[in-house]
Design a protein around this ligand. Structure first.
Ligand code: TMP
Length: 234
């Protein structure tokens, strides 16, 4: 499968058409941004690591009955995916408080939530992806009620699967962000799942193995991503 036209370039990935109208190539870059692109940088070989990590996780979720856009890996930085229409909502699931939840609610980082928190953000960089709720989603026609119900159910199921998956690797899943797409009438999981889009803390040490190392200048960023890749593919 070869790339034909570039149809989208985001902060971390590029999408290309292929000869099959139902399939795209998702290319992973090394570019890293944080705080709505106010902070910019490069994480060496991040694209290669996130492509591999995402592929492994999509394959695993597939075995657990979750439909995803992943078709197959094509090369170091490229994966073949189903062409979806992205639902313009970023879905966040949290198991412990971190990041914006701490800022918004004054909770201490690492606070163990009594139950998982599901959050929606409007996918709009110009607005800084503001938090919204089901009423906004319906009122703005971002998704139907049935889609929101399906997305919520899938996101919480994915949380259960991923918590187990990472715990086996001695990693605790603190929170993560998902995107979903419409594909021939179905809602399927899209985008990526990687240390860019998850908070991953090593069990025991609490060592951060994710993009917070970049966001907060903690150092050893590449090593952290490499470690996640090593464990995910072990
Ligand atoms: P937050 O605490 O900054 O809201 O982030 C929650 C989770 O979502 C965290 O695992 C990082 C991920 N995330 C993204 O993947 N993309 C984003 O643009 C943001 C803000 C967060």
């Amino acid at each position: 499968m070869k790339k034909i036209d570039k149809i989208y370039e985001g902060k971390a990935k590029i999408l290309y058409t292929t000869e099959d109208p139902d399939l795209l190539i998702q290319h992973f870059k090394d570019d890293a941004t944080a705080f709505n692109a106010q902070k910019k940088g490069t994480i060496q070989e991040k694209g290669i690591m996130n492509n591999r990590i995402s592929a492994k996780i999509f394959e695993y979720l597939g075995t657990q009955g979750i439909s995803t856009h992943f078709v197959k890996m094509l090369s170091d930085r490229d994966m073949l995916i189903k062409k979806v229409t992205i639902v313009p909502i970023e879905v966040i699931v949290r198991n412990r408080a971190a990041g914006s939840m701490c800022r918004m609610l004054g909770v201490t980082e690492g606070f163990q939530l009594a139950s998982p928190v599901l959050e929606f953000c409007y996918k709009n960089d110009g607005l800084g992806d503001p938090v919204i709720n089901e009423y906004h989603i319906q009122a703005l026609n971002l998704a139907t009620d049935a889609e929101v119900k399906g997305i919520s159910r899938m996101a919480l199921a994915i949380n259960g699967h991923l918590k187990k998956f990472f715990l086996k690797l001695n990693i605790e899943l603190i929170d993560f962000k998902l995107e979903f797409g419409r594909y021939h009438g179905d809602i399927i999981l899209a985008d990526e799942i990687s240390p860019d889009t998850c908070r991953l803390w090593e069990v025991g040490t609490g060592n951060k193995l994710d993009k917070d190392r970049f966001r907060r200048d903690l150092g050893n960023i590449e090593e952290a991503y490499q470690e996640v890749l090593r464990r995910v593919t072990s």
